[in-house]
Design a protein around this ligand. Structure first.
Ligand SMILES: N[C@@H](CCC(=O)N[C@@H](CS)C(=O)NCC(=O)O)C(=O)O
Ligand SMILES: [Fe+2]
Length: 330
């Protein structure tokens, strides 16, 4: 009898232990969910966004700051480059650095939305000046594999290791008290990403202003059907989400550059991607437009530098640095 009682009280104790362990697990899970909700709520505080528009390449560079901490990110910087002379300057990038300094901001991220094909990135200059890491989408390795043989870039290991951080879809990074959330938004290139910071999204070359439409999809591994799906994903965000573009080319009839719009405005009026535009219609439209476009003036210098995280090809024995232009390849 006594032995029986002992056995049943042991199994009762085991059951109690299990219940307690389960309660602890549930408690921990709830606390994690609450912490995540708090982090998301703090993201509601809008970041300060300043645009620096580089007219020679029609590029919008952004200085994005967390007002609470003073931490900042620079998205899609430009290194001035004169194709005729091969001369580089850091004028545009220095303006961004000066603005950060004047506002006592600490640059903690240098971000690229993609391997740009129309301007050189100033990421290396910014990194030397700030010590901040350079981030890009993890798909950059695909771009490197494609272009390595085309540029004879045999020094380049095509694994993205030239960058400090490779972002996969859904990755998060801190910007002071704000969170940078990364979405893989391919179509223009296979490696394109969008950065969401608070109520703002930096969409790179996906959509352009509502009156201009969308980015071209005729680069290697570009695909209009894939761009359409990336765009629909962005357009599922709240209508009031501020949307910052990487370029503006002034649509016909517009006489000033604009680089900011909203999810709601795009859904209502984007000439390629407003609500109701189907995938097949978009693909046909995009293909027709791409057939008329010439190569960006700086595509050959840009891609070989930008896929190296803004570094130039290695110097020759005498220290001189050369950009390589393949003949009769493109
Ligand atoms: N004319 C510009 C064109 C640059 C260009 O092709 N930009 C791409 C983004 S990297 C694009 O999507 N352009 C759309 C268009 O020109 O309609 C140049 O030569 O730099
Ligand atoms: Fe682009």
């Amino acid at each position: 009898m006594a032995a029986e009682r002992g056995k049943s009280s042991t199994s009762a104790a085991a059951a109690r232990d299990r219940r307690q362990a389960e309660a602890l697990r549930q408690n921990l899970k709830k606390r994690k969910e609450q912490a995540r909700a708090r982090a998301d709520a703090s993201d509601a505080s809008p970041p300060d966004v300043t645009c620096f528009f580089h007219e020679p390449s029609f590029t919008a560079t952004y200085l994005v700051a967390d007002p609470a901490s003073g931490d900042a990110a620079i998205i899609d910087s430009v290194l001035d480059y004169d194709g005729a002379s091969g001369r580089t300057r850091t004028t545009a990038a220095d303006q961004v650095l000066a603005a950060a300094k004047a506002r006592d901001l600490k640059v903690v991220w240098i971000l690229e939305t993609h391997v740009h094909a129309d301007h050189l990135s100033a990421a290396q200059h910014l990194k030397r000046a700030t010590g901040a890491p350079i981030g890009i989408g993890a798909g950059v390795a695909v771009v490197q594999k494609t272009f390595r043989p085309l540029f004879g870039a045999w020094d380049l290991i095509p694994d993205g290791s030239q960058f400090d951080r490779l972002f996969a879809d859904g990755d998060r990074a801190a910007l002071g008290r704000l969170t940078i959330e990364v979405a893989h938004t391919p179509g223009h290139t296979p490696a394109c990403v969008t950065y969401r910071i608070g109520d703002a999204i930096f969409v790179g070359d996906t959509m352009f202003m509502p009156d201009y439409g969308s980015a071209r999809c005729d680069f290697p591994d570009g695909d209009p059907a894939i761009l359409y799906r990336s765009a629909r994903r962005l357009l599922a965000l709240p209508a009031e989400t501020r949307m910052f573009l990487c370029h503006d080319y002034k649509a016909p009839g517009r006489d000033r550059y604009v680089w900011e719009t909203s999810v709601g405005a795009q859904r209502e009026t984007n000439i390629h991607l407003k609500d109701g535009m189907g995938e097949a219609q978009f693909v046909a439209l995009r293909r027709a437009r791409d057939a008329q476009l010439t190569m960006p003036a700086l595509i050959l210098p840009s891609v070989q530098v930008n896929m190296r995280a803004g570094r130039f090809p290695p110097p020759e024995a005498d220290g001189s640095v050369h950009i390589r232009i393949p003949t009769d390849r493109f």
